[in-house]
Design a binder for this molecule. Structure first.
Ligand code: BTN
Length: 239
């Protein structure tokens, strides 16, 4: 079921309210958000023209594997966008990058009852027909329209991305190593130097890949470090 709105505060907020009363997988889609949310409390600029939606996931397995929800969603977006854009890749933890700028981002909220995860809301923002030219974000963000000079049908993108997310989950549940293989194919980070800025800590080294739960593995002074706490990642620099 897809609920479509013209304007909302944030599809995340609407999804959390709806999650109290729906049992199936539901999508909340808005043409515009006035309080779009990014990771770590950042704002996500969401004018008309972009694709802004959140998926409420209540399936037991998806809830159990909530740690990989963001990466699978980013893989799905990359898979759909690469049909149009050649130079596109997934930057851990869950950004999609084109021409060194962010074309899509994913925000994952897990709702807990005590220690038990109850449901997951996966929010996806894709810069499609919106433009950044002349805005404060023009050096860091880019849209499909800016890359190709064309406008795109948002309904079609939504359907393709939702289908691709289902397919990513099917592949992961059939073979948990899917996530590692997909990361190796879809990310430009493996075998490159990475710097992960966390709360007051910087983790630096050579990126080896990710583990089956989506944690980043870095080799530093012959020691393997796992970066698991995705929620605390402020910035990732790949060089
Ligand atoms: C990030 O990269 O910081 C994550 C951005 C996620 C943005 C999407 S747009 C749809 C959904 N609603 C929101 O308010 N945020 C997510």
């Amino acid at each position: 079921m897809i609920y479509k709105f013209d304007v909302v505060s944030s599809t995340m907020e609407v999804a959390h309210r709806l999650a109290e009363v729906v049992d199936e997988e539901v999508v909340v889609w808005a043409k515009k958000q006035v309080a779009g949310a990014g990771r770590r409390g950042r704002k996500w600029w969401s004018p008309e023209g972009g694709l802004w939606f959140s998926i409420i996931m209540k399936d037991k397995q998806k809830v159990e594997y909530n740690k990989i929800a963001g990466l699978l969603a980013a893989f799905a977006v990359e898979e759909v966008l690469k049909k149009i854009v050649e130079d596109i890749w997934v930057k851990w933890p869950n950004d999609v990058i084109a021409m060194d700028r962010k074309i899509a981002g994913v925000l994952v909220d897990v709702s807990y009852l005590g220690c038990a995860p109850q449901y997951v809301v996966v929010g996806i923002g894709v810069n499609v027909n919106n433009t950044f030219n002349g805005t404060a974000l023009e050096d860091v963000a880019i849209s499909l329209k800016e890359l190709t000079g064309r406008d795109y049908n948002l309904d079609s993108f939504l359907t393709q991305i939702l289908d691709e997310i289902s397919s990513q989950y099917q592949k992961f549940f059939a073979d948990p190593k899917h996530i590692r293989k997909a990361f190796a194919n879809k990310s430009k980070m493996v075998n490159r130097s990475v710097e992960v800025l966390m709360d007051k800590v910087v983790k630096k080294g050579l990126c080896i890949g990710i583990d089956d739960y989506g944690a980043l593995i870095i080799k530093s002074n012959d020691e393997l470090i796992k970066v698991e706490d995705v929620g605390n990642v402020e910035r990732v620099i790949v060089s």
